[in-house]
Write a protein that binds this ligand. Structure first.
Ligand SMILES: Cc1ncc(COP(=O)(O)O)c(C=O)c1O
Length: 473
């Protein structure tokens, strides 16, 4: 073993009998050494080949681990130095001596563990403020004009780069349409792609607003039931011609659609001449392994329209999302935006573009991903510790919420209601389901937000939930 490994990871050896993949064991060892300060900012990591040799693992395993740590913001790649340790808490700039009042710290959320909510206390106020101030000084007209109906050209360019780097989608900025959130994007896509009276396939359980929009627009609904591979594929002889899917991270259950099922949907769309609307609302939050490529990136036939959102990764009050459409659909979507009166707020668009193009957005993203990964992991651990005897919690290592499945004698709607009274924002899983009464499949559980609260607040929520559950039993 090299001296470097002895110093860097004393007594670490991969455990081949453990369920955790070896690359993740390596990640965990480095994370804990970096967090404890044992590996200081700027420390150089051994070359991948040398570490792989010392640990007796494939070099690719070490490369995967290093790249994962880069994505999480623990490591950076420096030219000539290889992988080096990043500064922790790098986002907080030292306070400037100034007479400006210090902003009030944001209060803690009223409801704990509310599903799908980001922790807005982590919003990068200072970096965002600097960006807006710079724009106001240097090109104020950009905040007021220059933003066409489809979005600010620079933001469309930044989004095209983002989906290429993070989701593997090759698209020109002209294929990007900026909306006031994924919700508005879903409404527009349904309007443009599903003709009045046609049938839209929606996941069951799934995001209730999709069903609501489709029904309001006079479309029929076909429930797509879920199995371990993902949503069922409609038959070719069925009326269904458009489907809305959450393949990277099923909402609300959380799993990723299998590669085979993705391929089956792509084939279905090609043969049926149908459309897939891919709702990719929170896919940036994948905590282990490589990001799963978007379905749109593997659909060579161009029958998938991709929807993304800034609500989870940046700010849920900004109200900003986007559609990335195959070229031939852009005009139909533009018309749908016009008819539906859709338009994203113009003022923040240039600032968001600047924020992304300067890299601040990614610094923020790395930081929250790191924190959310920890919160997500611990919430699952704590739920299993306290409530494991009641029901199971699956760790999908992704997303912002987790589901605690409950036994039949604990009705999820009752527990969720009591939990809300006790200050825990649990949602009943059965509220997201349509056809469980007809299929006999019982979805009974609590949907809990993993990202909103810090670890102490999480503990408090656990205690409140335990009281609620024991009084409901
Ligand atoms: C599955 C799903 N799609 C879309 C959205 C909407 O996102 P936005 O806030 O960008 O409208 C959400 C929000 O929670 C969601 O859970």
């Amino acid at each position: 073993m090299t001296q470097s490994l002895v110093n860097l990871l004393p007594s670490f050896m991969p455990d081949r009998s453990a369920a955790t993949p070896i690359f993740e064991q390596i990640c965990a060892a480095f994370r804990s050494r970096i967090r404890s300060g044992a590996l200081a900012e700027g420390a150089r990591l051994p070359a991948t080949r040398a570490l792989a040799q010392d640990l007796g693992v494939a070099r690719a395993t070490v490369v995967t681990a290093y790249e994962q740590l880069v994505a999480e913001g623990y490591l950076a790649v420096r030219q000539g130095s290889g992988y080096v340790v990043c500064a922790m808490g790098e986002v907080e700039l030292p306070a400037q001596a100034s007479t400006a009042p210090t902003p009030e710290p944001m209060e803690r959320p009223v409801l704990l563990l509310e599903a799908g909510q980001p922790d807005m206390r982590l919003f990068p106020h200072r970096a965002w403020g600097k960006c807006v101030a710079r724009l106001c000084r240097t090109r104020p007209q950009d905040l007021l004009t220059g933003c066409g109906r489809l979005g600010h050209p620079e933001l469309r360019q930044a989004i095209a780069a983002h989906v290429r780097d993070w989701r593997g989608i090759e698209a020109r900025p002209e294929q990007v349409l900026v909306t006031s959130g994924a919700t508005e994007a879903l409404d527009i896509c349904l309007h443009a792609l599903a003709a009045p009276g046609s049938t839209v396939g929606v996941e069951d359980p799934g995001y209730p607003l999709i069903r609501l929009f489709a029904e309001r627009q006079g479309r029929q609904i076909r429930d797509l039931l879920l199995d371990p591979q993902g949503a069922e594929v409609p038959r070719l002889d069925e009326a269904t011609s458009t489907v809305v899917l959450t393949p990277s991270h099923q909402f609300p259950l959380g799993g990723a659609m299998s590669a085979g099922r993705r391929q089956a949907f792509v084939q279905w769309a090609a043969q049926r001449q149908g459309w897939i609307i891919e709702d990719d609302y929170d896919s940036e939050f994948r905590y282990a392994g490589r990001p799963i490529p978007a379905l749109a990136s593997v659909d060579a036939q161009g029958r998938t329209v991709y929807i993304g959102s800034f609500s989870k990764i940046f700010s849920n009050s900004l109200r900003m999302g986007y559609v990335v459409a195959p070229e031939p659909l852009v005009e139909a979507l533009r018309r749908a935006m016009q008819i539906r009166g859709a338009r994203a707020s113009a003022m923040p668009q240039a600032a968001l573009a600047e924020f992304m193009l300067r890299g601040e957005f990614y610094r923020h993203l790395r930081r929250v991903r790191r924190l959310y990964a920890e919160r997500h992991r611990l919430l699952i651990e704590r739920l299993r510790d306290r409530f494991g005897h009641l029901g199971q919690v699956t760790d999908h290592q992704a997303g912002m919420q987790v589901v605690l499945h409950l036994p039949p004698h604990l009705k999820d709607s009752q527990v969720a209601q009591a939990a809300r009274h006790a200050g825990v924002g649990a949602e009943a899983l059965s509220d997201y389901c349509q056809s469980q009464s007809t299929t006999g499949k019982a979805y009974n559980g609590l949907v809990l937000g993993a990202c909103l609260n810090d670890l102490d607040e999480q503990l408090e929520a656990m205690a409140r939930l335990a009281t609620v559950i024991s009084s409901t039993e």
